[in-house]
Design a protein. Structure first.
Length: 277
């Protein structure tokens, strides 16, 4: 397997505080890699080292085969980064902002214009009115993703892309990330496990500076100690009792608990219905 990102015994210390402790990341090429951990776990510090914005105290790292961990860094073509708060020229319209960013990377004007149009369509901002400064938080986040993609990167690194978004904004950003699967390697940090599970192919779990688990989502979940198999099943209310009886005739110990649709789905359904009326 080829790796887009690797670290070997990566450590980072600030004074007497050790932020990263022998972290060994392996991000496969083409993966959507969810980098999970609570606030303060060391996710952003790791990302800063990978981007060449900070030096490691010890250990090694590579990004698209190029070494990282020492300053000054060697530029690596094909890497794009979206911080948790995108800062895009507020006086420009969405398309002009993307074209300007593309031209900074020497993308020809005609290609930059075409990519900008395609990406604005991808992130749902094709008809966004006005200047970037008047955009909502969710619109700026989606525009930030388009900006990170305008140079057609091989590796896209996103730092907390759904942080501080409302439920619909989070759903929009997650849908975009999921739609990018296979087009580039995506590594995104998050402390929201539900978001990571929805879109990721692989996972790295960082806790207090230590990498506790890593691998494909399926492998990690199947490797647990629980011998039970879990299903998600939706049935009509009229048939629910019958289905429960059938399952219990096969396995009397089966644990069956009715579940509500969840607040996110409830919110999405109500707001969508409101827009349609």
């Amino acid at each position: 397997m080829e790796w887009a990102v690797t670290t070997t015994n990566l450590c980072k210390t600030y004074g007497s505080h050790q932020v990263l402790k022998d972290v060994n990341l392996c991000v496969p090429q083409g993966a959507v890699y969810g980098f999970v951990g609570a606030n303060g776990a060391g996710k952003t510090t790791t990302i800063r080292i990978l981007l060449g914005l900070a030096a490691a105290s010890s250990g090694q790292a590579t990004v698209l085969g190029a070494p990282r961990g020492t300053l000054p860094p060697t530029p690596v073509k094909g890497v794009s980064y979206l911080p948790d708060v995108p800062n895009i020229s507020p006086w420009l319209g969405a398309k002009d902002a993307l074209i300007t960013i593309a031209q900074l990377d020497a993308v020809p004007s005609d290609l930059a214009s075409k990519r900008a149009s395609d990406l604005l369509d991808l992130v749902g901002l094709k008809h966004a009115p006005g200047k970037v400064g008047a955009f909502s938080r969710g619109m700026k986040q989606r525009l930030g993703i388009a900006a990170a993609l305008i140079t057609a990167p091989k590796l896209l690194i996103l730092d907390e892309p759904t942080s501080a978004l409302d439920p619909m904004g989070r759903a929009d950003v997650l849908a975009i990330i999921k739609g990018l699967k296979g087009q580039a390697t995506i590594m995104f940090s998050s402390h929201i496990l539900a978001d990571v599970e929805k879109v990721s192919t692989h996972l790295g779990l960082l806790h207090k500076g230590k990498l506790l688990a890593q691998g494909s989502i399926e492998e990690l979940l199947e490797a647990g100690d629980n011998p039970q198999t879990h299903f998600s099943l939706s049935v009509g209310k009229n048939h629910a009792d019958q289905i429960v009886e059938v399952i219990r005739t096969i396995d009397p110990q089966a644990r069956i608990e009715p579940q509500h649709q969840g607040l996110e789905r409830f919110y999405e359904n109500l707001t969508t219905q409101g827009e349609e009326k």
